[in-house]
Each structure stands twice: as C-alpha cells, then as structure tokens.
Write a protein that binds this ligand. Sequence first.
Ligand code: HEC
Ligand code: HEC
Ligand code: HEC
Ligand code: HEC
Length: 310
Amino acid sequence: MYLLKRFEVIARQRLPILFIGVLAGFLLFVNSAESYAEPFKLGPKKCQECHKAEAKVWSGTKHAKSFKKVHKSKKAKKIVKAVGGKSMKRTALCASCHYTSVKKGKKFKLVAGPSCESCHGAASEWISIHNKKAPKAEKIVAASAKGMIWPSQLFDVAANCNSCHGLTKENLTGDNIKAMLDAGHPMNADFELVKYSQGSVRHRFYPPKVTENQAMTPAEMARMFVVGQAANLVSASAAVSKSSHAGYKAAQQKKIAAATKLLKSVAGQVSAAEKVIASPTPDNGRALAAAIADKDLSGVVGGNLPKKFK
Ligand code: HEC
Ligand code: HEC
Ligand code: HEC
Ligand code: HEC
C-alpha cells in the first residue's frame, strides 16, 4: 500500500516516465494483488444512489463547495510552493485532506472535496457488506473490519475529523507542518465536534423519521461533546511532539488543556473519563464512549455546549 501511494504521488507529479515504468514493473513484481486489494474510495456519486438526502446536505457544505475554490487562492499557491509542490491538486499531501481521490482503472482521479468516505471510510471493501439484510450489530463488526466508520462509533468518527482538522495525519512530517504553517496554512485549535457537526454538516435522517434531518437532543449533544473532547485529547497528546513549530504546539496544548478540564468535570460521574486523562489512548476513548452511551450528562456539561454551529 505504501508503494502504491508513493506511485500515486510520483505519477501526479509527472516525474520522468522511465522512473514510473521501473516503479510500475517493481510493483507488479512485488505483489500487485495485495496492493490493489487495499481499500479505495468510490466517490460521493456512488453513495448518492441510495443516500439522496445525505448527499443533498453534503453538497451544501464547505467540504463540497471547496472543490472548485480552495486551490485558486493566493494563499493556497503560497502554501503549495512552501512544500515544494506546483499545484494543490497535483500535490498528494494537500489532496490527502482536501480532496476525494477515486480509483479509475489503475489511476486515481480527484472528484470532490472531502466527502462521504473521508468521514465514513474508503468503501471499496465494505460497501457490499453495510447494506445487506442482516442484524445491524453483525454488519457493524464486519464492515468496520473492512474500514467503515459507523456513525455510532463516535470516538472513531471524532478521531478521524481530528486527523485533518488537527493537522495530525500520518503523512505530515514535522518539516512539512512547519513549512505549511509558516506559509499561512490555518491551524485550528478550536475544533469541537458538536459545533462542527451539528450545523451545515448535520445529516441525521434516522428511522423512523427518514425524511427529517433531526436535531440532537440535549443528552445526545452532551455525549457527543464529551466524546469529541476525548478524541481531541487523544489526538492532540499524540501530535504535540510531532512538530517543533510554536503555533502547532500551542494549538495542540490548548486542545489538551480544554479537554482535560472538561473530562475532569465529568470524572466524578464516569470513571472512564479519568482513565482517558491518565492515559489518552484510542481504546480508553472508545471505553469512555461506551460507558456514557446511556447517560444523560447534559446537567454536567450543558453549559459548555456551543450556542452556534458551523
Ligand atoms: C445500494 C444502496 C447503498 C449504497 C450505494 C450505499 N449505501 Fe449506505 N446504506 C444503505 C442501506 C440500506 C443502509 C442501512 C443499513 C442498516 O441500517 O442496517 C446503509 C447504511 C449506511 C450508513 C449507516 C447508517 C446508520 O444508521 O448507522 C452509512 C454511514 C452509510 N450507509 C454510508 C454510505 C456511504 C459513505 C456510501 C458510499 C460509499 C454508501 N453508504 C453507499 C444502502 C446503500
Ligand atoms: C492534515 C490535513 C491537511 C493537509 C495535509 C492540508 N490541509 Fe489545508 N486545510 C486543512 C483543514 C482542516 C483546513 C480548514 C481549517 C480548519 O478549519 O480546521 C484547511 C485549510 C486550508 C486553506 C484555507 C482555506 C480557506 O477556505 O480559507 C488553504 C488555502 C489550504 N488549506 C491549503 C492547503 C495546501 C496548499 C496544502 C498542501 C500543501 C494543504 N492545505 C494541506 C487540512 C489540511
Ligand atoms: C464531515 C464528515 C462527514 C461527511 C462528509 C459525511 N458524513 Fe455521514 N455522518 C457523519 C457523522 C458525524 C454522522 C453521525 C451524525 C449524527 O448523529 O449527528 C453521520 C451519519 C451518517 C448516516 C446516518 C444518519 C442518516 O442520515 O441516516 C448516513 C447514512 C451517512 N452519514 C451517510 C453519508 C453520506 C452518503 C455522505 C456523503 C454524501 C456522508 N455521510 C458525508 C459524518 C460525515
Ligand atoms: C479528509 C479531511 C477532513 C476530514 C476527515 C474532515 N474534514 Fe472538515 N474540513 C476539511 C477541510 C480541508 C476543510 C476546509 C475546506 C476549505 O475551506 O476549503 C474543512 C472544513 C470543515 C468545516 C467548515 C468550517 C468553517 O470554518 O466554515 C466544517 C464545519 C467541518 N469541516 C466539519 C468537519 C467534521 C465535523 C468532521 C468529522 C465528522 C470533518 N470536518 C472531517 C477536511 C476534513
């Protein structure tokens, strides 16, 4: 998979054909079957075939609209240059967060901004499992083993938003973080899951009211707030030493401080919150999400909920 990704990067940057030929030969030789079995994205048009209401909401979001815009700004061009790229769309680093790359034959094509599979996982391996007529609990296990992130897996949903919004993706190195930030890339210290998911992004057409985009109840919002803070803490704690850039460190530290304060306020009721503070790991984050699944924490965290949504 790593090789395949490298190949994609090199192919996009149009390095000499000879090199590509050699690399392609090498790939086939190594283990093409395994490389191509790696999950890839199908694109939002595929999802739209069955999820029309969700697709309509998405098409009105900044995620969707940015596709035709973001690469054109002066700022974007300056940031691309700082990491040694020529254009945002041909620079794999930028594309990994800003675009949806779909496999067409053996090539990849950018078809949209961040879209369905940016948040729910690349679908090539799970699409045929997730909509089968089978008990939902079984499908959740089977499809998530193939890379699906279900809405109910709230910690993983939130951790995934953070990988882009916290600039913590694996492909980012300390050096390119510094270059991007020095060239003016935004560093968002205020990403909070409720605020960012319950405004323009919200699509909650849950049965039985499948035609209604349902608002969350205060109890649901409070749970999402707590899980979102746990994910912020886990993500920022792992990222804080990734770059020595002062702005990057400060943003991660701000997130750590806010999340720690919030989790301390619920630790009296839920001991799993204390564990996330003591050891901010994904497993402890998931355990907290499970521990509060039936709890109403709106009395404890209600005052922290955002008044306005993005
Ligand atoms: C052929 C129709 C079809 C296509 C195409 C399809 N889905 Fe689905 N999807 C379904 C059905 C049916 C369900 C309901 C499964 C259930 O609740 O048991 C579902 C459920 C889901 C859920 C979980 C909803 C919940 O309540 O937990 C998500 C998320 C989802 N789909 C995302 C996607 C994405 C992303 C794509 C595109 C990559 C996609 N789907 C493509 C039919 C489809
Ligand atoms: C780790 C994910 C990630 C990577 C990699 C990344 N970006 Fe971004 N970028 C974001 C996010 C997220 C935002 C929105 C800021 C926010 O609210 O969190 C953003 C915002 C921007 C903006 C401001 C857009 C606006 O509407 O004002 C520009 C320009 C931009 N990025 C350019 C780039 C370029 C060029 C690259 C490649 C060198 C790049 N980005 C790489 C995640 C990323
Ligand atoms: C920014 C990330 C993001 C994007 C993009 C996104 N989703 Fe979701 N999706 C979520 C979150 C978060 C939830 C849980 C919603 C909640 O409970 O508030 C969700 C819930 C769902 C559900 C269950 C609720 C329902 O409406 O039945 C389905 C189905 C779904 N998404 C499909 C899609 C499809 C299809 C697309 C693309 C057209 C898409 N999503 C784009 C994050 C995203
Ligand atoms: C694959 C990377 C990626 C993921 C995952 C992602 N986003 Fe984004 N998001 C972006 C980028 C990039 C932008 C900025 C687009 C621009 O300005 O051009 C953005 C912008 C937004 C905005 C608009 C912010 C504003 O100031 O107007 C909201 C809201 C948002 N994202 C919410 C979410 C939520 C909630 C999740 C998780 C459920 C999520 N995003 C997951 C990349 C991502």
